[in-house]
Design a protein around this ligand. Structure first.
Ligand code: ADP
Length: 177
């Protein structure tokens, strides 16, 4: 065992975040390339409480975070009350909406329901610190990045499960309380 490995048993954010290695990838929304139908599908195919919003799937640059319930309410209300909102309508979380060809359906601007500065940590952050941050800031979730690219998410429940697991495995490792 290398000396380095002896020190590296510390759990890091990357060990606790979702998705895990073999899981399907993180469900993200893009800021300006999805339709009402695309986003309704993402809502219906998952049960997550929220979705990170990225510039594009290629870049995985984080733009913000939107709660599932806010998305549902806004889309339902727009479909009822806003003229021309249909499944093919483009949804914009971006500040600017590019000019649309006259034939395309009305677009829906949802920037106002997005959290523009969701809490973010890097994948190398020790879990001790993550637990502390969740406690002190009362976070519900936290996004995990590597070199500025979005990698995963840790929810409050993920943190609680991690704490419970640590307590089972090694009572001495409970640094909390
Ligand atoms: P909770 O952790 O309270 O059950 P969620 O239902 O939002 O909250 O998340 C369930 C699990 O899925 C958690 O382990 C979380 O890390 C993960 N998760 C949350 N949001 C997403 C997402 N958009 N894409 C992939 N996994 C997610």
């Amino acid at each position: 065992l290398e000396a380095k490995e002896e020190f590296s048993h510390k759990t890091l954010a990357m060990d606790v975040m979702r998705p895990r290695h073999n899981d399907p990838s993180l469900t993200v929304l893009t800021q300006d390339s999805m339709t009402v139908g695309d986003i309704e599908a993402a809502i219906n195919e998952t049960t997550y409480s929220g979705f990170p919003i990225v510039v594009s799937r290629e870049s995985q640059r984080l733009v913000g975070f939107v709660l599932r319930r806010d998305l549902i309410i806004s889309i339902e209300s727009a479909r009822k009350k806003q003229d021309g909102i249909v499944s093919a309508s483009r949804i914009y979380f971006s500040e600017y909406t590019p000019p649309q060809p006259p034939t395309s359906p009305a677009s829906l601007k949802l920037r106002t329901i997005m959290d523009l500065s969701p809490f973010t940590i890097t994948d190398q952050t020790p879990m001790e610190i993550v637990v502390d941050i969740f406690r002190k800031l009362g976070l519900r979730q936290c996004l995990v990045t590597h070199n500025g690219r979005l990698l995963g998410i840790i929810t409050k429940k993920d943190v609680l499960k991690h704490i419970a697991q640590m307590a089972n495995q090694d009572p001495d490792s409970i640094l909390f309380n």
